[in-house]
Every structure is written in C-alpha cells, then in structure tokens.
Design a protein around this ligand. Sequence first.
Ligand SMILES: Nc1ncnc2c1ncn2[C@@H]1O[C@H](COP(=O)(O)OP(=O)(O)OP(=O)(O)O)[C@@H](O)[C@H]1O
Ligand SMILES: [Mg+2]
Length: 278
Amino acid sequence: MIIGIDIGSSTTKTVSVEGGKLARKIKTRAADAVTSATGALGKLLLENNIGISAIQGIAITGAGASRIKNDIFGIPTRRIDEIEAIGTGGIFLAETWGGVKPGRDSIIIANVGTGTAIIEAGKDGITHLGGSGVGGGTIQGLAKKLLPTSDFNSILELAEKGDLDQVDLLLKDITETDISFLNRETTAANFGKMMDSAGSADMALGILNMVYQVIGMLAVFAARSKNLDRVIVTGNGSNNPIGKQVLKIITGMYGVRFEYPPDAEYTTAIGAAFSWGV
Ligand SMILES: Nc1ncnc2c1ncn2[C@@H]1O[C@H](COP(=O)(O)OP(=O)(O)OP(=O)(O)O)[C@@H](O)[C@H]1O
Ligand SMILES: [Mg+2]
C-alpha cells in the first residue's frame, strides 16, 4: 500500500492506493505541516485497522511538503512535485471516470484550491500552464469582511438567494443589445455596480460568480491555446454548486466543457501516491 499525503495551504488530503486503485481517503486540517501529515496518517491507519508494516511508501506533496525533510515513522518517504501530482491524479480520475486515454488524449486540469493552478496533462506529459491567486482562499477572505460568515456552507446558502443585478454591472446596464456572443445578462464588470441596496446574499453570489468566472475564463484560454475542449476541475473548489452553474454558462458561450470526477478534492494526493514508484 502506498500513502499519498497532500499538505495544501488550507487542508491536508490523505489517501491510500492499493493495486492501482484508490482505497481510502481522509481530509484533515492542522496548523503545521508535520502535525497534518503525521496526524492524518495516524487517523487513516487507526480508523481502518491497518498496521504500519502494510505501508510500502509515503508520497508527500503540496505547499507544506517541503517542511518534512525525513522519512515519516521510518517508512520510505518521497517528496513529489505538486504539478506532477496534480497532473498524474487528474489523468487517473479522467481515465477512470471520463474515458480519457492518456497515451492518446490530453486534458486541461483546473485545480481550484486556496489558489488555482492550470495544468495540461496527457500524451505530451504534464505541463504547468499557469494559474491565478483567485481561488477558495479568495472566497473565504472576501467573505470574512463582506459577509456575516466565512463558513463555506453558509456562504453557499446565502448565495442561493442572491441577485447578481445588485452587485455586478451587467451588459444590459450599459447597452441595449447583445455584444458579439455575450447576452445582456453577462457580467460587464464584477462588483462594478454595487447598489446601496446590495445585501449579504447578493455579495455572496457576487464573490462566487467573480471567482468562478475568472477560473473559467483562464481554463477556456488555456484549453483553446492547446486546441482542447474539456477541463477537469479538481481541488476543494470542484465541489461548489454555484461555481458549477457559472462554469456551465461559460461552456454555453465558449464550448469548453467542465467535468467534475468523484474524489476530485483528492486529486493531488492520489497523483502523489501514483508517482511514488515512478
Ligand atoms: N465548496 C467549496 N467551494 C469552493 N471552495 C471551497 C469549498 N470548500 C472549501 N473551499 C475552499 O477551498 C480551499 C481549500 O481547498 P484545497 O484543500 O483544495 O486547497 P489546498 O490544497 O489547501 O490549497 P492549494 O492547493 O491552493 O495550496 C480553502 O480556501 C477553502 O476556503
Ligand atoms: Mg491543493
């Protein structure tokens, strides 16, 4: 069994991989990298009644991995480059759930974590195309000052009742007609209107809409630059119903599809585990 541990900037994701399959997964949060990694590993072993001798190796990745210099509990421990891990994990999930053939196809991966990384993976290997500091951390940071809550579920609940017309300058505010392929409900400027009457629900929607519009458009430009039309969304940000609605509208305008494989929050940890023996 190989353990993959992704010590992200916000959360630690730990998986076990056996016989080329994802076996177990857990998500934890701790203040420092060593506590995250050792705590998550201990929890996975204890809760599943696994002995330490069953582990062949530990693959660690993510922003916090550089802080762990030695083997964990005497088990061979390797540090895996995060981009490599995201690419490998993304390809594994796309292959398992999306019928992608790694030797033949390539995909774009938008890894939406605290920030966002855009990666191409597939027949030509794994390439870091770029990214943005706009991601889950942006949602939580803005929520802290603009909303009465920074809890994710509460932000989503608020946003469900929001009206974008209260915060965003829409095309219909500035023109009588559609512009090119943009219809009149399209955002012309995120937060560009901000009515005095805008409430928490409207701002919650405005924040989510802005973050996923930025991520969606980055992914579209990345996909188009590589003549591709599918994007696998991974990271905790793949699990956001309002984000998915925003990305669906982008698909309607640009013809690039966004896909959300199960376990996509664990992509980086899965990819690290698969990269262990390579
Ligand atoms: N449903 C959700 N939609 C969008 N973002 C979310 C959701 N739930 C949590 N988040 C945000 O996701 C971020 C953590 O995601 P994830 O664990 O994928 O990132 P990370 O690996 O810690 O960070 P990074 O990869 O950027 O170093 C946090 O900023 C959190 O606010
Ligand atoms: Mg991450």
